[in-house]
Design a protein around this ligand. Structure first.
Ligand code: BES
Ligand code: MN
Ligand code: MN
Length: 457
């Protein structure tokens, strides 16, 4: 491994410059006008995989954005890793809040700023560099590797399920490895063992059939914005509990041991709130901040639209109101069941004077991953080497719906090797990758393939 690690040391500039080129391609999956950029980004990644010596590199078309696959299967008797990641990114809007162009990566201080820098291009790239080092230095990899890098993660992986169903054999492996989550803290690496799931809903109300003068009509007609806010206000009670009937029925409670292990993590409660400009954190009564973030479900209004929001004032009763509501779910809640319970609840709360429409957007299942898998042991050793510090085991508040699909469709467990940070501003303006962790991440990934390669298949 010495040769691999010193190769990587000599390659830092190239690794960084390559990532910058990857980040310059605006692969925003949700915007139809970026369609060609996604194809370009997929081809850019595929070309790099060919260059480092991966085999069977392909850009597979789907009815949405292409899926990049590759493999290297020259280690008979050794385990097979399926590396998953995504090359698509969230929109950069609002552009005016960026200090530099989101698609022209720049270094300020210890960070590389660009959309996708940690979520997830940077974390995909660090694996590519680790694989390159093994292939260049030793002419081989210590394990068999298959890669599946998609372009639709940020839009609910719409075409991935069908792809997994129809390519079971080509995707055969022992374990899935994903680097698309956050470390516990700057100096504290971690391995994730749970992700929350998701049910995303939209509620539309219509009151009167047109906008009305609020003096002429106010008081005698339903105002859909008043009604909607009242309904949403009822959905979380004074104890921070969600009032959707049956919502908690399938929630797996935290055990005594797990609560103790979460409580033992060095969490800086004051810093957490302080960095966000808050006097303190909030949430469900009876739970710590980490429990609320990782192991308890939530209901959040993501946005509301309706009526007059321009400058100045306008006296009007709007005809329509709309809200987007997402629920983060935990094991063993069923997103479809929750989505229907939410719809029934909305209909039961709405007065007969308004028309209701409930739209179901994406769902994703929550997951708990194995902690006793040999790949977890290998990841532990690898991160310890890469960071000079042992990782802690954490849950994650975010969602990667495909993890449940790997389990259900391919029967594969997942290891979440995290190199992002909670304050990397993924999905927000000024997203950044903390460069020391980018380089430690490359070393950790290189060590992972080495350590896992010591196991017999
Ligand atoms: N990489 C994130 C998920 C993530 C981030 C998990 C940090 C844990 C910690 C992923 O790209 C993402 O944004 N997922 C979406 C899923 C949604 C589109 C279904 C999310 O969590 O909002
Ligand atoms: Mn991601
Ligand atoms: Mn994301």
């Amino acid at each position: 491994m010495d040769n691999v690690i010193s190769y990587l040391e000599g390659q830092r500039t190239q690794a960084l410059e390559g990532l910058k080129d990857f980040l310059r391609i605006p692969s925003v999956s949700t915007h139809p006008h970026h369609r060609e950029d996604l194809r370009r980004c997929a081809r850019f990644l595929a070309d790099e995989l060919k260059r480092i010596g991966m085999q069977n590199v392909a850009v597979n078309p789907t009815s949405g954005h292409p899926i990049v696959t590759a493999d290297w299967l020259g280690a008979p008797g050794r385990p097979t890793v399926l590396l998953y990641g995504h090359y698509d990114v969230q929109p950069a809007e609002p552009f005016e809040l960026w200090e530099s162009d989101p698609f022209d990566p720049v270094i300020r201080g210890d960070n590389l700023y660009a959309r996708g820098s940690t979520d997830d291009k940077g974390q995909v790239w660090l694996h590519v560099k680790a694989l390159e080092a093994h292939l260049r230095e030793n002419g081989r990899l210590p394990v068999n590797v298959r890669m599946l890098i998609e372009g639709e993660e940020e839009v609910s992986s719409e075409n991935l399920e069908a792809y997994l169903e129809s390519h079971r054999e080509e995707l055969g492996a022992d374990v899935v490895v994903i680097s698309d989550t956050s470390m516990f803290d700057y100096e504290q690496p971690s391995i994730g063992y749970a992700l929350r799931g998701m049910a995303y809903m939209e509620v539309r109300l219509e009151g009167p059939n047109k906008d009305l003068h609020s003096g002429v009509y106010g008081g005698a007609v339903p105002n859909p914005l008043n009604v909607l806010s009242e309904m949403l206000g009822k959905m979380v009670d004074g104890d921070g509990r969600i009032t959707v009937p049956g919502f908690y029925d399938d929630v797996l409670p935290l055990g005594v041991e797990e609560r103790a292990s979460l409580a033992a993590l060095p969490f800086d409660e004051e810093g957490f709130a302080g960095r966000l400009g808050l006097p303190g954190s909030t949430g469900e009564k009876g739970y710590s901040t980490l429990e609320r973030l990782w192991a308890r479900p939530t209901l959040d209004v993501n946005g509301m639209l309706g009526g007059f929001t321009g400058e100045g004032s306008k006296t009007v009763i709007p005809s329509k109101a709309m809200a987007k509501v997402s629920m983060r779910l935990v094991p063993n809640q069923d997103p479809e069941r929750i989505a229907h319970a939410f719809e029934d609840y909305v209909r039961s709360l709405a007065p007969p004077t308004v028309k209701v429409e409930v739209i179901h957007h994406g769902t994703g299942k929550p997951v708990l991953t194995a902690r006793d898998h040999p790949a977890v042991t290998a990841a532990h050793q690898a991160i310890t080497r890469g960071f000079g510090k042992e990782p802690v085991y954490i849950r994650e508040g975010g969602s990667i719906p495909v993890v449940a699909m790997f389990e259900e469709i391919l029967g594969l467990p997942t290891v979440l090797m995290a190199f992002g940070l909670p304050d990397c501003d993924a999905h927000a303006p000024n997203e950044k990758f903390h460069l020391p962790n980018f380089y430690r991440g490359i070393d950790s990934a290189a060590w992972f393939y080495e350590e896992y390669g010591r196991y017999a298949d």
